[in-house]
Design a protein around this ligand. Sequence first.
Ligand SMILES: CC(C)(COP(=O)(O)OP(=O)(O)OC[C@H]1O[C@@H](n2cnc3c(N)ncnc32)[C@H](O)[C@@H]1OP(=O)(O)O)[C@@H](O)C(=O)NCCC(=O)NCCS
Length: 176
Amino acid sequence: MSAVFIQGNQVYLRALSQDDATPAYLSWINDPETTRGLVTGHFPSNLQSLKDYINSVTGNRDKVMLAICDLNTGQHIGNIKLDQFDWISGTCELGILIGSVEHRGKGIGAEVCSLVVSYAFERLNLRKILLAVYASNPGAIRAYEKAGFAEEARLREHVYSAGSYTDKIYMSVFRN
Ligand SMILES: CC(C)(COP(=O)(O)OP(=O)(O)OC[C@H]1O[C@@H](n2cnc3c(N)ncnc32)[C@H](O)[C@@H]1OP(=O)(O)O)[C@@H](O)C(=O)NCCC(=O)NCCS
């Protein structure tokens, strides 16, 4: 039985599980360089808190949490999630983390976002996907643009990240 949920060219996506609570994953969320563009990472994590987090975000339908895995090796390299579902308005929010440094900047972020956007529109019948990104994270903004997202709103100097205040940008993509 295959664990693959969504197949891509460089990666595949599968359900995140307790077995993914590894020292590698722990190192991503404790690394300030990795988390400077995220809301997480300001407080320390250990393997137990990571397991508790995984437990809280899997197995419910308020959140779709997927492990991103290297297609060649099966290595777990990051996660992507959809949450804040509004089934009436047909909207949700997207978040992504590619923890493995050597897998960044190779088009994987854009590919995974495109895959999950298609999943949200075609399989979940959603209409619009929203995400938030910091202006100090131009690589992320570029990856989202490649996946079809465009800036929708900007909160000026709204977040403190890596020693300074930066704009919080909302980007969205519509089905049509
Ligand atoms: C943000 C993230 C998901 C992007 O994924 P990725 O696989 O590295 O991104 P991609 O390779 O698909 O695209 C990155 C693009 O940004 C460009 N880029 C990278 N750094 C850049 C910079 N400093 N300025 C401008 N563009 C930059 C790359 O050249 C590439 O564009 P191109 O394909 O046109 O050359 C990933 O780097 C990551 O998870 N980072 C850590 C956590 C994080 O910040 N998550 C996002 C929170 S909103």
